[in-house]
Design a binder for this molecule. Structure first.
Ligand SMILES: Nc1ncnc2c1ncn2[C@@H]1O[C@H](COP(=O)(O)OS(=O)(=O)O)[C@@H](OP(=O)(O)O)[C@H]1O
Ligand SMILES: Nc1ncnc2c1ncn2[C@@H]1O[C@H](COP(=O)(O)OP(=O)(O)O)[C@@H](O)[C@H]1O
Length: 196
């Protein structure tokens, strides 16, 4: 990049890891609207907080109120949405945090790019809930509106979702309750030596 030079930080990541007592990582939740991403991410976040970990959840609905409020739901906007989230999540891991990202993130290529940037600090969690179950839950009434033709490009109905092939954690929420699902994520963090 022309005329831009990376500035070294005075506090190193190793120092932050030392004072936090855990490693940073991105817990990348992906799944259909209503699959349970936000619910599970927040239960995991609470468990991490209670263990004294430094963590935060970036949530699709919340981020689209601010940083990404200029973006819609056509393919190009979704790619840009995930690109920005990837960058923000990486800054947050550089600050030593365990970051949960709860975005539909429908395209495999975008998730793979996030994985590449985060290197070993990336845990993909597929919140695998069949469309019929999401539609039955319909916590925000969006599927009803999408079926009525009131929301264009709705994921699973008029916009694609590419499921992960080899996620680190695969949560089939139709046969797992929220607590069991969150506990599987915590176990994965322990196995990967993020927390002890
Ligand atoms: N067209 C369309 N398709 C899907 N979702 C829609 C749409 N319009 C609005 N919403 C609401 O926006 C939330 C998804 O935003 P994301 O940033 O996670 O989407 S994406 O990753 O860019 O695909 C999503 O939130 P979740 O239900 O939490 O997934 C919806 O509440
Ligand atoms: N096993 C489960 N895992 C996650 N959510 C579940 C489960 N069973 C029922 N739910 C409900 O499904 C809804 C999921 O909504 P939400 O977490 O907002 O999904 P998303 O963030 O993927 O759109 C919530 O109302 C939640 O209580």
């Amino acid at each position: 990049m022309n005329n831009i030079v990376w500035h070294k930080t005075s506090v190193t990541l190793a120092e932050r890891i030392g004072s936090n007592g855990h490693n940073p990582c991105i817990i990348w939740y992906t799944g259909l609207s209503g699959s349970g991403k936000s619910t599970i991410a927040n239960v995991v976040d609470r468990k991490l907080y209670e263990r004294g970990c430094h963590s935060y959840v970036l949530d699709g609905d919340n981020v689209r109120h601010g940083l990404n409020k200029d973006l819609g739901f056509d393919d190009v906007s979704r790619v840009e949405n995930i690109r920005r989230i990837t960058e923000v999540a990486n800054l947050m891991t550089d600050a030593g945090l365990i970051v949960g990202t709860a975005f539909i993130s429908p395209f495999m290529a975008d998730r793979e790019q996030a994985r590449k940037l985060a290197a070993s600090r990336f845990i993909e969690v597929y919140v695998d809930t069949p469309l019929a179950v999401c539609e039955q839950r319909d916590p925000k009434g969006l599927y009803k509106k999408a079926r009525a033709g009131d929301i264009p490009h709705f994921t699973g109905i008029s916009s694609p979702y590419e499921p992960p092939v080899m996620p680190e954690v695969h949560l089939r929420t139709a046969s797992l309750n929220v607590e069991e699902a969150a506990e599987q994520v915590i176990q994965a963090l322990i196995e990967k030596d993020i927390i002890s």
